[in-house]
Design a protein around this ligand. Structure first.
Ligand SMILES: Cc1cc2nc3c(=O)[nH]c(=O)nc-3n(C[C@H](O)[C@H](O)[C@H](O)COP(=O)(O)OP(=O)(O)OC[C@H]3O[C@@H](n4cnc5c(N)ncnc54)[C@H](O)[C@@H]3O)c2cc1C
Length: 450
């Protein structure tokens, strides 16, 4: 490289920190600019583990029993000879979706992993989960199991708390394909935010020490990015307390803020980028944390896992055995909602949302009425630093939006969980940060050898 190159990274979430760390390793001079006065962005409140859902577990062992009892007629679409073979709605789901798995494998066998995967994504991201279950589109993949009767769809949505069936089929099914929800999924013992905080510790490498804590400007809201020429950008922001304007000049910029925020920045991007930024869907999610005097539920349901309900509280999460050991008898139950339910809880005054959550949880655990002490609401769509929980693609949004956003436009690079195949996960944030760093490094490397 000709000289240490300077890069401004907007956002000190996991994505921005990953990009900064990698670039520092390669000799770049990075400056991270962050709106808030802490690192970690959306990893803020994630202290809950993901064990298998209690309700889903019960369903898995007595699947046909629950399906027949609560959703009679769930198998009415099946030919008579299949009805006894299918062991309830969850089994129907597996049988219906398995051909998709076989289809990825066929694409990968034919075209290799990278191109095969992209071709599969291209094909199936045009459909929603609804399209797939309610019709026989893509019928070359069997299917004696489709279309599903409405009652089976309802049963599946309640048993697994899956309110977003208008999501792209790929967005939905990738989690299953990658087996992300398994018993191997772990939560850091001291909470998710320790991942981001870890970047702030000095890291001794063979030839140097990287200390990102010296590289971050906190409390600055970036509002404008100007591409001065092919190798120079100006990134302008405002100190959120004093209002003072700050300008950062650099050779490149990596923007890791959510697309909802990027859309509001003053930045000249090509029409295809602007369209894509406004087009990608963000899912709302609201959590209501309810502190209780004792962990009364443990006698009944043990530790960890979810109860899935058809109430507006959606799913109720129990503290995991991996959470830090409690200091006393108290415990926190978390109501974890998505979509419409998230809008319901997130749009009410906190006190009303908490009251409503307590009332609903009491229907499942009557002790709640006496045990509840204090609550807190986190609605990600109305949090100014995220303005949505995470990208959740609808049909065609990959083909007509995400592909564009994944292509860098030097010297402006986009990253953040949305710009990945793993939206809505920390892995996606890391993946996107590393990708942006890699693309920038590759660009510079090519320039050097021209
Ligand atoms: C409710 C919920 C539950 C989740 N559960 C899990 C889970 O269990 N497991 C998992 O792996 N992932 C989970 N995720 C996803 C994970 O939290 C995110 O994918 C990840 O944290 C996103 O990181 P990021 O760096 O892309 O974005 P962010 O963390 O949002 O970082 C962007 C940063 O940019 C800053 N910023 C915003 N605007 C500006 C501006 N104008 N100027 C400067 N800075 C700005 C923000 O303050 C923020 O710090 C969950 C997310 C949510 C919302």
């Amino acid at each position: 490289m000709r000289r240490p190159r300077s890069v401004v990274i907007v956002g000190a979430g996991v994505s921005g920190l990953s990009a900064a760390f990698e670039l520092e390793k390669e000799g770049y001079n990075t400056q991270v600019v962050e709106l808030q006065n802490r690192v970690g962005g959306r990893t803020k409140t994630l202290r809950a583990g993901f064990s298998d859902g209690l309700h889903a577990e019960a369903w898995e062992t007595k699947n046909k029993y629950y399906s027949d009892k609560y959703y009679p007629g769930w198998n009415s679409n099946l030919p008579a000879e299949e009805r006894n073979k299918v062991d309830g709605i969850l089994d129907l789901y597996k049988r219906t979706f398995n051909p998709l798995k076989a289809d990825v494998e066929a694409f990968i066998d034919k075209y290799g992993a990278q191109i095969g995967w992209q071709k599969w994504v291209d094909k199936w991201s045009k459909l929603s989960v609804n399209d797939f279950l309610r019709t026989t589109i893509g019928a070359e993949l069997t299917c004696i199991y489709r279309p599903w009767p409405e009652i089976a769809i309802r049963g599946y949505q309640v048993a697994t708390y899956s309110p977003a069936f208008d999501t792209s089929l790929v967005e939905y099914y990738r989690e299953e394909l990658g087996q992300w929800w398994t018993e191997w999924l772990e939560t850091p013992v001291d909470g998710m935010d320790t991942i981001a905080k870890h970047f702030l510790k000095p890291h001794k490498l063979e030839q140097k020490t990287i200390d990102l804590s010296t590289k971050i400007s906190f409390g600055v809201k970036i509002e404008k990015v100007v591409k001065i020429n092919k190798n120079k950008v100006s990134v302008e922001g405002r100190n959120v307390v004093t209002g003072e304007i700050k300008t950062f000049l650099a050779d490149a910029v990596i923007l890791t803020v959510p697309l909802t925020i990027l859309r509001q920045m003053d930045i000249k991007l090509g029409e295809n980028y602007r369209k894509a930024i406004g087009y990608i869907n963000y899912q709302p999610s609201t959590k209501v944390a309810l502190q209780c005097r004792t962990r009364f539920w443990e006698k009944e349901v043990g530790q960890g896992g979810f109860t899935k309900t058809d109430l507006p509280i959606g799913q109720l999460h129990y503290p995991s055995p991996n959470d830090p050991p409690p200091m006393n008898e108290r415990g926190i139950l978390v109501v974890y909602t998505w979509e419409q339910d998230a809008l319901i809880f997130g749009s009410q005054p906190q006190s009303e949302a908490i009251e409503s959550a307590v009332r609903q949880v009491s229907k499942i655990h009557p002790e709640m009425k006496n045990e509840f002490e204090v609550g807190m609401v986190q609605a990600w769509f109305s949090d100014h630093s995220s303005q949505g929980a995470y990208a959740c693609l609808k049909p065609f949004q990959y083909n007509e939006g995400m592909k564009t956003l994944m292509t860098p436009d030097h010297p402006i690079y986009l990253a953040g969980e949305a710009i990945s195949y793993t939206n809505g996960w920390i892995q996606g944030a890391i993946e996107s940060g590393l990708n942006a760093a890699f693309h920038l490094y590759s660009y510079d490397h090519c320039q050097k050898h021209k």
